[in-house]
Design a protein around this ligand. Structure first.
Ligand code: FES
Length: 152
């Protein structure tokens, strides 16, 4: 985040530490994630420690600390998905992409998010890739889906 971009992001705030959450939201909206540089600038501006910022930000799942990938994958681990094998879907995704939730693959193709419910529990277990919902997933179906995408 350049100084100019940072100043533009902060223009509606007055440097009150109580604004930390909306400031982080604005920073993420601007860059797509909360960068290390943004955390440093916000810390100096609000006069709070970077440690404190990470402590607050990691409490909320909405904040991400890695640049987003070209495609966004969500693995649902809400109750319905969990009991239908959601953990296995997440495991497959983590292994195939080589990342954990909140991270982006090294080729920048995918980022992975673990979510609490996607609102279509009857389709559990559910995985989404961008705007497409894949329901009643199995390890095999997910492997095939990732294979197909890899070969496109
Ligand atoms: S718990 Fe997964 S869609 Fe609701």
């Amino acid at each position: 985040m350049t100084k100019d971009v940072f100043e533009k992001v902060m223009q509606d705030f007055e440097g009150d530490p109580a604004d930390l959450i909306p400031v982080l939201q604005r920073a993420q909206k601007t860059e797509g994630y909360v960068s290390t540089d943004a955390v440093g600038r916000i810390a100096r501006w609000l006069k709070v420690s970077e440690h404190e910022i990470y402590g607050v930000a990691t409490f909320y799942s909405q904040f991400r600390f890695h640049p987003p990938g070209n495609h966004h994958i969500k693995a649902c681990l809400g109750t319905a998905c969990h009991v239908q094998g959601g953990e296995q879907m997440l495991f497959v995704l983590q292994r195939r992409l080589g990342i954990s939730p909140g991270e982006t693959s090294s080729d920048k193709e995918y980022d992975l998010e673990r979510v609490a419910c996607l609102g279509c529990c009857a389709l559990a277990p559910v995985v989404t890739i961008d705007e497409t919902t894949y329901g009643q997933m199995s390890v095999l179906k997910l492997q095939r889906l990732l294979d197909e995408r890899e070969n496109d």
